[in-house]
Ligand binder design. Structure first.
Ligand code: G3P
Ligand code: MG
Length: 391
């Protein structure tokens, strides 16, 4: 009874009933912290692992093009090199993107040395698969990434009329006279007459490569009620455009900063959003309303949970409850805030955006760890102890 008292001191009450048909002992934990109740029921496959992981990528598994050594050791533990002797399921959830999931997943498999399946990999714009029906046949502007990469991603999701800011510049260079299309940019464009093509929504898929061009075109689309350079170009119309909101604006990644292989964090898509809103407000007096996806949004964590459930079903067969969820991330604003809001355990690593020398994180994690290997070991030990206390 000793461990039950110990768990009680952590605000956990343990009730024990024995399972039937040789299943694992059934234990119900009720967290007094108001977090989600974790229940294992008799119908759970006994081989269901006690824990699962959601890994952030930049600043946790890789920095720029380079995988972190700790990442390979962490994945080795999850792939079976652990005291439980089982494969522990995990998915990768990044606010990055800009290329097709297949392309990046294969690249990561090479970098990290472990095969990733399709439902183990989620980018910031993957969630758009769940909203594409609304826009499938409508002209939309897709911003960010290199050349037409994000158009191809959008088309792979089902967007049939996805245009880029480079298409707009190719249509009329006067739209932004301070840039000349390079050969590869021109090659990536589609011939479109934007004076006849009402844009219904602007999707910022990934970090734009030309902030100035993209901000100009976003303002043009919104001010023109969807038509670039459209007749609605004067002050009164600016406000009407805002009020009527004819054009929807969707951002896929709110990160103000992120960690690549430079010493200090880099500006992210969230900084681009701030820049756009500052310009739009200077022009019209108000910021433009938008929809935000990406970590820490609930939509993205719900989408990730469903992908993980699909992965679990593939590995262990149908099951209702999720194992104990652990999220390892380097950004308190996105990884830790999102995990806490989802009621999952959150581990803040020190290999990315968050620097402990700068004081406490803006969102309190369940645990901090110097790197992802230490994070995984801590979580496994914790589950082992938990098992030991109930055994
Ligand atoms: O552009 C990607 C960046 O914002 C962060 O990516 O993997 O740390 O969520 P990640
Ligand atoms: Mg990160």
């Amino acid at each position: 009874m000793q461990s039950a008292t110990a768990w009680r001191s952590f605000g956990l009450a343990a009730r024990r009933t024995h399972g039937v048909h040789g299943h694992l002992p059934i234990v119900t934990y009720t967290r007094r912290l108001g977090r989600r109740t974790i229940q294992h029921s008799a119908s759970e496959p006994s081989n269901q692992p006690p824990l699962a992981f959601v890994f952030d990528i930049d600043g946790v598994l890789i920095r720029g093009p380079k995988p972190l050594d700790a990442a390979k050791r962490a994945l080795a533990m999850l792939e079976g090199a652990n005291p439980m002797g089982i494969k522990i399921p995990y998915v990768l959830l990044t606010n990055g993107g800009g290329v097709g999931e297949e392309i990046r997943r294969k690249r990561l498999t090479k970098q990290l040395g472990y095969e990733l399946s399709a439902n183990q990999y989620i980018q910031c714009h993957t969630v758009l698969r769940s909203v594409v029906d609304k826009y499938a046949d409508k002209p939309v502007m897709v911003l960010g990434g290199k050349f037409a990469d994000c158009r191809y991603v959008a088309e792979s999701y089902g967007f049939k009329k996805a245009y880029t800011s480079l298409d707009v510049h190719a249509w009329n260079p006067a739209v932004w006279p301070f840039h000349e299309l390079g050969p590869m940019e021109r090659e990536s464009t589609k011939a479109v007459d934007f004076s006849q093509t009402p844009i219904s929504a602007i999707f910022v898929f990934h970090d734009p490569r030309n902030w100035a061009l993209d901000i100009q075109i976003m303002c043009d689309i919104i001010q023109g009620g969807g038509i670039i350079g459209g007749a609605a170009g004067n002050d009164r119309k600016f406000h009407d455009a805002v009020e009527q909101k004819p054009v929807e604006l969707i951002f896929c990644n709110p990160d103000l900063i992120w960690r690549s292989d430079f010493e200090r964090p880099r500006l992210g898509q969230g900084a681009f959003r701030e820049a756009f809103q500052a310009v739009f407000k200077a022009l019209t007096g108000a910021e433009y309303p938008y929809t935000q996806y990406g970590k820490p949004t609930q939509a993205t964590y719900k989408f990730a949970e469903q992908m993980l459930r699909d992965h679990l079903r593939e590995m262990y067969g149908p099951s209702k409850a999720l194992p104990q969820m652990y999220v390892a991330g380097d950004n308190p604003e996105s990884d830790i805030a999102g995990a806490n809001a989802a009621g999952w355990e959150s581990i803040l690593v020190h290999t990315g955006v968050y620097d402990p020398r700068q004081g406490p994180p803006t969102h309190q994690p369940t645990q901090e760890a110097v790197d992802v290997e230490v994070a995984v070991r801590w979580a496994i030990d914790r589950e082992l102890k938990r098992r030991a206390t109930i055994a």
